[in-house]
Design a protein around this ligand. Sequence first.
Ligand SMILES: [Zn+2]
Ligand SMILES: [Zn+2]
Length: 343
Amino acid sequence: MPLIEFRSKGLYCPPGDFYIDPWRKVDYAVVTHAHADHARWGMKHYLAHHLSGSVLRLRLGQDISLQTVEYGEVIARNGVKISLHPAGHIIGSAQVRVEYRGEVWVISGDYKTGPDDTTTPFEPISCHHFITESTFGLPVYRWAPQNQIFEDINRWWQQNAEEGRVSLLLGYSLGKAQRLLTGVNADIGRIFTHGAVENTNLALRADGFGKLPQTEQITRDSDKSQFPGSLVVAPPSAAGSSWVKQFRPFEVGIASGWMSLRGPRRRRNVDRGFALSDHADWIGLLEAIEGTGAEHIYVTHGYTDVFAQYLNEKGYNASVVRTEYEGELAEIGEGTVKGEESA
Ligand SMILES: [Zn+2]
Ligand SMILES: [Zn+2]
C-alpha cells in the first residue's frame, strides 16, 4: 500500500489516517497554506503552521479545531511522522513531510525557490516521493530578479505620484499583498489598503508577523484629499468595482506571474502588469525537484502533462495527479468571474 493515496477527497495517508489539503470534508486535514484552494471549509480538525493560524480562522471561522506547529516540529499519528517545512510561497506556507517505516513523502503544496522578504526560504527536503505543483511548468516562464520588479513598481508609483495620480496596485489579499507592501519604497508616499488586505494584515500581525510597513485602511471616513500620489493595495476583484472610482485619477497595476505574457495583461485591462509570482518558475521547479533526490515525482496543478513528460524524459519516474487545486489564475481572480475569494 502506498504511503500517500490519491483519493476523490484529496491526498490521503492510510496508516496515519489524515489528508493533506483535501477538497472535500474529512476528519483530519494537514494544510500547506491558507489560500482558498488548499484550505477549505468543513474539516473536523486542521493542522497548519503558526503563521497560518489567524488567517485560517479569519477565512474558515473562529471556531475551527486547529493545531499550529513550527517548521520542523514532528507530530505523530499512528506511528506516522508529520512535519512542516518552509515552502517559500507565502507567509506560513509549508511543505508536508510524511515518514513511515523508512519511507518519506514530501507534498510541496505551492512553492517558490526565489527570494521573498515575507517568507522563510524554500528548503529542499530529501525524500523518496515528491508531489510538486507545476503552475509555471513551461520553459517560457523565467522570473526576473525580485529587486528589478520592485524597481519597476516604485518607478511607476513615483511617476504617478509626480503627476497627481493614485497608484492602485492589485495582488491577492493573502501573500502577494503583503509581499508588495513590504517590498515597495514607503518613502514615495502614503500607503492605503483595501479591507480584505487589511483584515489579512491584522490576522498576520496577531500571529507575530512583524515585517509590514504602516498601512491605512480605506474606509468611508477616509480623507480623500490624501489620496493623490498614494499607493492603494487591493485584491484583483476590486478592479472592476465602483469602489475604485474614489481614487480618480488613478492607474491600475497588477502583480502576477501571468503578467510575463501579453494575453492576460490585455484581458484584464490594466495599465501595468508586474511579473511578480509566488510560484517557482521553470528553473525553480527543476532545481527543487532535483534537490529532493526523489525518484518518484507526482505533478499537480498547472502544466501537468507537459511537465511530467519532460521529467520522464530526464529519467524521473513522473506521473500526473488530478487534484482540485486552482493555481495562480484563481489567486489573481482571473480563473473565475466570482472574484478572488471564490477560489
Ligand atoms: Zn497558494
Ligand atoms: Zn495552489
